[in-house]
Ligand binder design. Structure first.
Ligand SMILES: C[S@@+](CC[C@H](N)C(=O)[O-])C[C@H]1O[C@@H](n2cnc3c(N)ncnc32)[C@H](O)[C@@H]1O
Length: 229
């Protein structure tokens, strides 16, 4: 169980979709856009009500945790039509931009969710996702902020429950300290390490928005692929 999860992300959208007005003068143009994108931006309440039937067609689900502007979400969906891809982020602008890409490309196997991804993982039943990708999660480099990192022992225990057998976790980071700490987490031994993702996905050369930035800066990057036995 992960404690003290912030469950406030996406609540304004829930209020608007339920026809309620917002108390404060909340001025976010992307919130209004999200309100009308019912087919491609879900709230956590909508996801809980519909799961696993959140996509038009039933297929195994892969999560892009922290989808940002959606480059990777969309590439995954385009190259892997046999899977449904769910991009999750906590910021309206990011899910709306991702959803707009999905709409423009007429993809029926991709959606977004505005919510804390940790809340989403706690909400779904055991053995219900095929895979989850954490590409460049916020590194929180300052010591006093490291408690905000998402990749923790509690998360790996949770993922061990929520992934299907043979389900995968794919992590990338540019932060050596975060990567080294990750490798010390004993719960990663619940999983088998994979050398590459080729046995699961159509290819391995997907590039997220942040990966493009770090490639241009010639930064070191670290990757870890785990599979549930
Ligand atoms: C450093 S960015 C990386 C974005 C993207 N994965 C990429 O590689 O381009 C981290 C993203 O994770 C999102 N994020 C942070 N905490 C989150 C959480 N608990 N649930 C969902 N998204 C989260 C942030 O809003 C941000 O868009």
């Amino acid at each position: 169980m992960i404690e003290k999860i912030n469950t406030s992300y996406g609540k304004h959208l829930t209020q608007l979709r339920e026809g309620k007005s917002l108390f404060e003068n909340y001025m976010n143009p992307y919130l209004n856009k999200a309100k009308d994108m019912r087919e491609s931006v879900l709230t956590i309440e909508e996801l809980k009500k519909k799961w696993p039937a959140i996509f038009p067609k039933e297929r195994e689900i892969i999560i892009d945790f922290g989808c940002y502007y959606g480059k990777f979400t969309v590439e995954l969906a385009e190259k892997n039509p046999e899977f449904n891809i769910l991009g999750i982020d906590i910021k309206y602008k990011r899910v709306v931009k991702t959803a707009q890409l999905i709409i423009d490309k007429k993809l029926d196997n991709a959606l977004t969710l505005i919510a804390n991804g940790l809340e989403m993982l706690q909400s779904i039943p055991a053995c219900s996702i095929k895979g989850i990708c954490f590409f460049y999660p916020d590194p929180w480099p300052k010591k006093r902020h490291q408690r905000f990192r998402v990749l923790t022992s509690e998360l790996f225990s949770l993922l061990n429950k929520k992934l299907k057998n043979n389900g995968f976790i794919w992590i990338k980071t540019d932060n050596a300290d975060y990567y080294n700490e990750l490798c010390e987490i004993k719960e990663i031994n619940l999983f088998q390490k994979l050398a590459n993702i080729d046995s699961v996905l159509a290819e391995s050369s997907y590039k997220s928005n942040f990966e493009m930035i770090f490639n241009n800066q010639n930064k070191n990057q670290y990757s870890l692929i785990l599979q549930k036995n």
